[in-house]
Design a protein around this ligand. Structure first.
Ligand SMILES: NC(=O)c1ccc[n+]([C@@H]2O[C@H](COP(=O)([O-])OP(=O)(O)OC[C@H]3O[C@@H](n4cnc5c(N)ncnc54)[C@H](OP(=O)(O)O)[C@@H]3O)[C@@H](O)[C@H]2O)c1
Ligand SMILES: *[C@@H]1O[C@H](CO)[C@@H](O)[C@H](O)[C@H]1NC(C)=O
Ligand SMILES: *[C@@H]1O[C@H](CO)[C@@H](O)[C@H](O)[C@H]1NC(C)=O
Length: 276
């Protein structure tokens, strides 16, 4: 059955990512739009945080376990945002209330569709990242066979964080590395640009803002032109100029290979988690 306007969304594990994705959806104009959002948390301090962040009257925060179980039975869509190693414990708590086989959208890294099939046969895995908190997230989506009829819904839902693309599940470890770990890799590059600016005499304030804006602007240019990065790069290299000089220093140091291998390593680690 298609997800209808006014559906009930229940969030199991409203931490950093669960909250970011929920806020992206409730701030969007997406159709179908939820009629009710139920955020489940465990700790009183999380309850306080959630109640102050989500003030809309269609949002409810539940801490009580018995209330949570009852609420599960009313959920059309469950957004799973607990830590990966908690999913079995979370399932054990609510398994008797899952008989209606709701659509489950999982944000958990390294937990497979097969692992999640204990919740429902309609599983969507979504890998996103912390920039989702600022409307600039990226999401990769993979669906179980039974969830394929929710393709459009899940892509729109995940797309609320910024952008979403569908991939085969076997590519999820690669997506975890590039999308999930990518921001930290970009921050390392940003920090290096900042340091270089400071080394050459820019103030910390100027270097910090400039390094971040350069990365933001470059990403925007690549997205809006749709050009290959190499094409854009060659356009900014004046013969005998400063840019090509700087780039060759990066090539001498093997920076390109290091960054690509960093993604490979992160993907390998993600794959090794799934085997545990
Ligand atoms: N952070 C990232 O950059 C990132 C990127 C991509 C994917 N992810 C994935 O996102 C998931 C969440 O990560 P996170 O950084 O958002 O973690 P987090 O902030 O620690 O959130 C985990 C949440 O799960 C809740 N929780 C634990 N057991 C629960 C239960 N039995 N019932 C209901 N809620 C329960 C906790 O609630 P209480 O606070 O009330 O205890 C907490 O809010 C992970 O699986 C991770 O793989 C994270
Ligand atoms: C990733 O794993 C593959 C297969 O085990 C291995 O060949 C490769 O060297 C690993 N990559 C890194 C960066 O360690
Ligand atoms: C998750 O599934 C993988 C295979 O898809 C399996 O190797 C692993 O043991 C499962 N993990 C858990 C915690 O069930």
């Amino acid at each position: 059955m298609a997800i209808q306007d006014g559906y009930t969304l229940l969030v199991l594990g409203a931490g950093v990512m669960g909250t970011a994705v929920t806020a992206a959806v409730t701030d969007s104009k997406m159709k179908p739009f939820p009629g009710k959002v139920i955020l489940c948390s465990q700790l009183e301090k999380s309850e306080k945080r959630l109640k102050s962040q989500f003030t809309q009257d269609f949002v409810e925060v539940i801490v009580d376990v018995e209330k949570k179980k009852k609420a599960i039975e009313t959920a059309d869509v469950i957004l799973l945002g607990c830590k990966p190693f908690h999913f079995e414990a979370v399932h054990a708590q609510v398994k008797d209330n899952l008989k209606h086989n709701p659509l489950v959208i999982s944000l958990l890294a390294g937990v497979t569709i097969d692992n999640l099939s204990i919740f429902s046969d309609k599983i969507a895995r979504v890998m996103t990242n912390t920039p989702a908190q600022f409307g600039a997230g990226m999401a990769a989506v993979a669906l179980s066979e039974k969830a394929s009829e929710y393709k459009q819904f899940v892509n729109d839902f995940a797309g609320c964080v910024g952008a979403a693309l569908e991939i085969p599940e076997k590519n999820m470890d690669a997506a975890t590395a590039l999308i999930g770990s990518g921001p930290a890799m970009c921050l390392l590059m940003m920090e290096a640009l900042y340091d270089g600016g400071v080394r050459m005499g820019l103030t910390h304030d100027v270097a910090k803002t400039a390094a971040a804006k350069v990365m933001e602007g470059t990403a925007k240019m690549a997205l809006e032109t749709g050009e290959h990065p190499a094409v854009l790069k060659s356009k900014v290299c004046t013969p005998a100029g400063t840019t090509i000089g700087g780039l060759l220093k990066l090539e001498d140091a093997g920076v390109r290979g290091s960054i690509a291998r960093a993604v490979e390593e992160a993907a390998n680690i993600s794959a090794s988690f799934a085997k545990k």
